[in-house]
Design a protein around this ligand. Structure first.
Ligand code: PHE
Length: 346
């Protein structure tokens, strides 16, 4: 019996020494020290021993068990430590490795233009106003002196939603809405950037959806020279100090008199090139003196107040400023196009 015990001890210790994983070690523990293990079996056989031998054997069994248990414990510690080291080695972070490059986003060129124009006008005391893109016929046309029978409504082929609502064809309805809010009290000084919609077939210079920035100033004694001075500042700021502007007579139902505003061509400096079609001038916006009917309809006394309004095409500005030859580039989200603006500072 004693021999059997020593054999078992040797066998168990050998296995413990050889074990290389915690799971293996646990299996050994269960196999040798568990209730169904060989040592328990030896204990069961003690009934056959004499009363004298029994306590000796009992003590020996305990020694063997403790020896195996303590070796298992020791080995367990070693294996656990090794496991922690292995894990640390795998998870080690090399702080000297170069970082993964993060693709830096940038503002869309149209957003850049809008923000630049906003900054400029905010600096001149304007506030930014917004309005709905789904607009009523009243604000889009009627309040702007375009009654239902007005032929100018043919000029703007529109996306109607119902007979009375449509996708706004210009940002001018924000003019009408803002004036109404002021309840006949000047001054009003706003710009309103936003999307507008027209039933155009898309090509290099037309898009069924594009962006405008509308400007409106109402106060006492506002005249055409105020409009001209303001737009001169705008042209020089956005296109460069050397730019000049010229006003040509035009027609808009909501302004009288109305003008188209050209800037001297940036490409040829006014000599005439393919961009300005040989004229030396490029048309960039429309504007004029707010029609007295528009003022009156919005509750302003047209004898006391006068105002000017203008409308800027954002894409046109961006195309000229950045030398873009197709308006569709702005709307097709091609990163090869968009990333080119990373380098532009303004
Ligand atoms: N709303 C006009 C357009 O879309 C532009 C404009 C605005 C003209 C304000 C005059 C005054 O064509």
């Amino acid at each position: 019996m004693q021999e059997r015990l020593q054999e078992l001890q040797a066998e168990a210790l050998q296995k413990v020494a050889e074990a290389s994983e915690l799971k293996e070690l646990n299996d050994i523990r269960v196999a040798y020290l568990g209730k169904k293990g060989p040592i328990t079996e030896v204990l069961r056989g003690m009934g056959k021993l004499s009363a004298e031998e029994r306590p000796k054997m009992g003590a020996l069994v305990n020694v063997v068990r403790e020896e195996i248990a303590s070796k298992i414990e020791e080995k367990q510690q070693v294996l656990e430590e090794t496991a922690v080291h292995a894990k640390l080695a795998v998870e080690k972070i090399d702080v000297t490795l170069p970082g993964r490059p993060v693709n830096k986003g940038n503002h869309h060129p149209l957003t850049r233009v809008i923000e630049e124009v906003e900054d400029l006008f905010i600096g001149m005391g304007y506030t930014v106003a917004e309005g709905p893109e789904v607009e009523t016929d009243f604000y889009n046309f009627e309040a702007l002196n375009l009654p239902k029978s007005h032929p100018a409504r043919d000029m703007q082929d529109s996306f109607y939603i119902t007979e009375e609502t449509l996708m706004r064809t210009h940002t001018s309805p924000v003019q009408a809405r803002t004036m109404e809010k002021h309840k006949g009290q000047g001054p009003v000084k706003i710009i309103c950037p936003g999307k507008v919609y027209r039933r155009d077939n898309d090509d290099a210079t037309h898009s069924h959806q594009f962006m405008q920035i509308e400007g409106l100033v109402i106060d006492e004694n506002i005249s055409m020279s105020d409009l001209k001075g303001t737009l001169e500042v705008f042209a020089k700021q956005v296109f460069g100090k050397e730019r000049e502007i010229r006003l040509r007579p035009s027609f808009f139902p909501f302004t009288e008199p109305s003008v188209e505003i050209d800037i001297s061509c940036k490409i040829c400096g006014g000599k005439g090139c393919s961009v300005c079609k040989g004229t030396g001038w490029i048309e960039v916006l429309g504007g004029g003196i707010v029609h007295p009917n528009v003022l009156e309809m919005a509750g302003f006394d047209s004898k006391k107040y006068s105002g000017f309004a203008f409308g800027i095409g954002v894409e046109r500005i961006a195309m000229l400023k950045y030398g873009v030859d197709d308006i569709r580039h702005f709307y097709t989200n091609d990163v090869r196009f968009l990333t080119q603006f990373n380098r532009h500072e303004s």
